[in-house]
Design a protein around this ligand. Structure first.
Ligand SMILES: NC(=O)c1ccc[n+]([C@@H]2O[C@H](COP(=O)([O-])OP(=O)(O)OC[C@H]3O[C@@H](n4cnc5c(N)ncnc54)[C@H](OP(=O)(O)O)[C@@H]3O)[C@@H](O)[C@H]2O)c1
Length: 228
């Protein structure tokens, strides 16, 4: 499958590398390719600058948001939640039309320091805003409730005995994301469909608890399990 990943942070890199490993033709998108490739900024996952990451992942070309979105049959939003609408506008509404748009973003606003506040919550979510702004895209919220390494390697935590959530209005899109990527590609055993896109509110509002759990545990390698 052709996949366009929007976002060059650790999530965009982790998911792009995994998609490529699974045989998907993947492009990773950024605002300005030349600036991103010249950037000396390094990510916390130890993959270095984007140029260094690209050297180690030559099968994933770095493209503009628009080129990556145009390339993708499936598009994945891994941009900063406070900037996701801007990033998707740069990707171009026409390049998202009719496509499954996986949204892994969180509405974390670090402008007043740590801990961040939620830029959208209670009666709204980033996912809903994306679905509203791009009505022809088939938005599926998922993966935002775990750290990047856990997204693509759930078995690294408790043998995979924990829960991933999905939310979205399009049942077929949710099934494709669940079967092809979550269960099929990444190995998630327990995927819970929370319902329509409004359910993304709870998934995004979980983030303050996730941050506390990470601080207390000292590692992003954890998740929650829904037990009945
Ligand atoms: N880090 C994790 O483990 C984790 C886990 C779950 C969910 N998430 C969520 O996943 C998303 C990506 O996280 P991340 O840590 O990989 O990276 P990030 O630093 O949150 O986001 C990086 C991306 O956001 C884009 N961006 C930033 N400001 C922008 C603006 N004003 N306009 C357009 N694009 C802008 C950047 O574009 P350029 O490439 O042009 O700089 C870059 O590609 C976030 O929403 C985060 O909350 C992260």
């Amino acid at each position: 499958m052709r996949i366009g990943v929007l976002g060059t942070g650790m999530v965009g890199r982790t998911l792009s590398a995994k998609f490529a490993e699974l045989g998907h033709e993947t492009r990773i998108g950024t605002r300005d390719v030349a600036a991103a490739m010249a950037s000396t900024e390094v990510t916390r996952d130890g993959t270095g600058t984007l140029a260094q990451w690209q050297e180690n992942n030559p099968e994933v070309p770095v493209a503009t948001f628009a080129d990556a979105a145009a390339h993708g049959e499936v598009v994945l939003n891994a941009t900063s939640g406070v900037a996701s609408l801007d990033a998707l506008r740069m990707a171009g509404e026409g390049n998202l039309e009719g496509k499954v748009l996986i949204d892994v973003s969180n509405p974390l606003d670090f402008s007043r320091g740590f801990p961040p506040t939620l830029s959208v919550c209670n009666t709204d979510s980033v996912a809903e805003r994306i679905q509203e702004a791009f009505p022809a895209a088939r938005v599926v919220k998922t993966l935002n409730t775990v750290g990047a390494p856990v997204m693509v390697a759930p078995s690294a935590v408790a043998g995979g005995e924990h829960t991933m959530f999905v939310a979205g209005n399009d049942q077929e899109a949710k099934s494709l994301v669940t079967d092809t990527f979550l269960r099929g590609g990444f190995g998630w055993k327990h995927v819970m469909d929370l319902g329509d896109i409004k359910s993304a509110r709870g998934m995004e509002m979980y983030l303050p608890l996730w941050l506390s759990l990470m601080q207390v545990g000292g590692s992003p390698l954890f998740n929650i399990a829904v037990l009945t």
